[in-house]
Design a protein around this ligand. Structure first.
Ligand code: IVH
Length: 711
């Protein structure tokens, strides 16, 4: 335990160093060292560790401070009311516990409206208007003291230099009474007003600027947030103007009045900001409860990529502004609002292992097995590393903390290793020596990157096996065409049959051509057919020489060996494999239509450890087997095994065989311990002697006919 704590302490310290370094670069040097989402992941990991081990919290931990530091370049502005920060939520559970905390704090369950807003990704700006005139624009800085950036923000067209004068009619329309309108006018004419909001740059604008900069050979702007900060926190207003920034208001402070006076609701404040000449977000919405908020969040996450500006989540606020005063601030942020953030497009996680997969040309592709992490709204547990050179380029070791990125709607990939977070326990990744599928020796062409399996059939055989499993006579999954199966193999999501059963909607929906709906259909198709009839299962295994018909014979035989009754649906594949594995070549050959070659193939299959491991995995994935005898009532010989010897009186040999089979019995050619009856006619052969020797029941034709009639 002590040892464990020591390891965690080292991790915590390394996380702090990395976070501080990135923050200093970003806030003071205006340099982006590490993407915000990835940084958030690290902060979140640190926060979680500190929650778990509070003894490790220190006053200088990045979790204990408000972001930002004031640059020496600008005059300082002391905020009349601090520009505090927000607490982050990442899940519905987080939001529900936020609500519960507030109910506990107030001592009552509130059933009030929320105002759900988009969380714009840009730079927070506070604008001060005196007697309707813009007199100062400031950044947030450390929340208490910001930077005076008035000259620069005056170039932003969506910021009015003088407040618009709304008409009485307009103010009435947003719900103000005559008395309130009069009060407001006095302020507008004689006092001050502060508008807070986000300065932003559209994605298109950023792309245009970067295109121009590229042709001029100038360094590119990393992202909109950086571009906005860089445009405002610099000394030449012409640059700010050239960047064509936008501004959206999200808060309104009317002189030194407490919140909720004149303007009672947050949604009204948005309308008033419009009337005063500001843009607000048209998407913002009053929500009657958190369920509606969650729906808003989901819709916005979906629209995210088509919105003109970047958003990184929603901000959920109580609509009633008087509640804001009651709830107040705790620590670094208010109780009355919460940032409910989208899962970032970059996140950090740990590489737990690297496995190799055989590709279509025999090339072995490495894939990182990851500690599952949410990135861009999908949970990722594996990521392809392309080839060994990529591992070297990244400098990746097993155990490393890495940055995973989801760019656009594609499958996330590892873009960077964070070597400063290493503990010293990381392991080097070595090229593969044996093919993971066929166990053959791996080769490498001297002047090429790739390692490959020289067994030409290796990939094809595996692919065929996977396709066969999904096919009609086998597991019979709708939608699993050859193309999808190939993609699953290429992406490292499916290596063997058992892997199909752990596929998730998240993994499937990001494959080219698949969306949420078809992904969910595919997962359902697998789930619904997790129980297979024994004959399908045996056929699906793809054992050489075993077709559907022989699979049925084998299924019936194994079912009788296992004494299964019709209607069984919970047989573990493991049990079936044990029963099959106990059979000798001779036993198999005794089954009708099973010759020496097929028997050979069966014994080999059921004694190969690779196959048995596969069956173990299927069992572990919850695959179960069912058995039902067709027409039970009319099959008095179901599961019984017969050997015929000598000639009968009323039936020919083939008539006798057909009748026994029809009644559910099996005919085998040799007497063994598994034989139930030996039917002895005239001039029996050595089989009769063998039956006597083994103590098998011997019957004559008459007795056989009696058995057949019994139903
Ligand atoms: S409310 C208490 N509303 O998010 C200060 N902030 O992570 C919060 N932001 O610094 C102000 N969109 O710059 C608020 N609709 C919105 C927002 C928003 C973006 C920014 C804001 C703040 C940061 C906190």
């Amino acid at each position: 335990m002590q040892n464990n704590l020591a390891i965690i302490k080292i991790r915590v310290e390394k996380l702090r160093q990395q976070i501080e370094e990135a923050r200093y670069a970003y806030h003071v040097l205006d340099k982006n060292l590490i993407n915000e989402g990835a940084l958030d992941s690290l902060k979140n990991e640190l926060f979680q560790l500190e929650q778990q081990y509070p003894q490790l919290i220190t006053a200088d931990s990045p979790t204990q401070r408000v972001a930002g530091q004031v640059s020496e370049k600008f005059a300082k502005v002391v905020h009349r009311q601090p520009m505090i920060s927000l607490y982050d939520a990442f899940s519905e559970e987080d939001m529900l516990s936020w609500q519960e905390r507030n109910h506990n704090f107030l001592g009552q369950k509130l059933e009030v409206d929320y105002y759900a807003e988009l969380k714009l990704d840009g730079l927070a700006i506070s604008l001060r208007y005196e007697r309707g005139q813009l007199i100062q624009g400031a950044t947030r800085g450390d929340g208490q003291v910001g930077e005076d950036v008035t000259t620069n923000i005056r170039t932003i067209n969506s910021i009015p230099l003088r407040l618009r004068q709304p008409t009485d009619q307009e103010l009435r329309a947003i719900g103000l009474s005559k008395a309130e309108i009069d009060k407001l006018r006095i302020i507008l004419d004689n006092d001050f007003l502060e508008i807070r909001g986000e300065a932003v740059m559209t994605k298109k604008n950023l792309a245009d600027i970067n295109q121009r900069y590229q042709s001029l050979g100038k360094p590119l702007l990393a992202n909109v947030r950086n571009a906005v900060a860089g445009s405002i926190r610099q000394l030449d207003p012409r640059i700010t103007a050239e960047r064509r920034l936008d501004f959206y208001a999200y808060d309104l402070l009317i002189a030194d009045w407490p919140r909720g006076q004149v303007i009672a609701k947050r949604h009204q404040a948005d309308r008033l900001a419009n009337l005063l000449g500001f843009k607000t977000l048209p998407q913002n919405q009053v929500c009657a409860n958190l369920a509606v908020v969650f729906e808003f969040y989901r819709q916005m996450e979906q629209q995210r990529s088509v919105l003109p500006f970047e958003i990184d989540g929603t901000v959920v606020k109580y609509d009633d502004l008087r509640l804001w005063n009651q709830l107040g601030v705790v620590g670094k942020a208010p109780r009355y609002m919460m940032a409910y953030k989208f899962s970032a497009l970059q996140a950090t996680t740990i590489v737990e292992d690297v496995v190799w997969q055989v590709g279509r040309t025999g090339v072995l592709t490495p894939a990182a097995v990851l500690k599952p992490v949410k990135v861009g709204g999908v949970t990722i547990a594996r990521s392809t590393l392309h080839n060994f050179n990529e591992i070297k380029r990244l400098g990746l070791l097993i155990g490393d903390t890495v940055i995973l990125e989801r760019a656009g709607d594609v499958i996330p990939k590892i873009v960077e290793v964070l070597p400063k977070l290493r503990s010293g326990q990381e392991k080097e990744i070595t090229p593969p020596r044996y093919c993971p599928f066929c166990n053959g020796l791996v080769k490498k062409v001297t002047d090429q990157v790739a390692y490959y399996c020289p067994n030409k059939n290796c990939y094809a055989v595996n692919l065929r096996r996977l396709r066969h499993w999904a096919s009609k006579g086998a597991a019979d999954w709708d939608g699993f065409g050859p193309k999808i199966i190939e993609q699953l193999v290429e992406q490292g999501l499916v290596e063997n049959i058992a892997d199909f059963y752990s596929l998730t909607i998240d993994q499937l929906k990001i494959l080219p051509g698949l969306g949420e709906k078809s992904a969910s259909n595919l997962v359902d198709a697998i789930k619904q057919k997790k129980t297979l009839a024994i004959d399908r299962f045996i056929y699906a295994l793809g054992i050489r020489q075993i077709g559907q018909e022989s699979a049925t014979t084998i299924a019936d035989f194994l079912a009788s060996r296992l004494k299964l009754t019709s209607g069984e649906h919970n047989l573990l594949p493991d049990r079936l494999a044990v029963a099959a594995g106990a059979l000798t070549l001779e036993d198999w050959q005794n089954l009708p239509d099973i010759g020496p070659k097929v028997a050979q193939s069966l014994t080999e299959w059921f004694s190969d450890p690779i196959n048995l491991k596969l069956i173990n995995l299927l069992t572990a994935q919850g695959v179960r087997l069912s058995y039902s005898q067709p027409l039970v009532g009319q099959q008095p010989l179901a599961g019984r095994s017969f050997v015929l010897t000598g000639s009968l009186n009323s039936l020919t040999r083939s008539q006798a065989e057909a009748t026994i089979k029809q009644a559910g019995g099996h005919i085998t050619s040799q007497v063994s311990r598994q034989t139930d009856y030996v039917v002895a006619g005239r001039d029996p052969g050595s089989k009769l002697a063998k039956a006597k020797q083994l103590g098998i029941k011997i019957i004559n034709e008459e007795e056989l006919l009696t058995l057949l009639k019994r139903s």
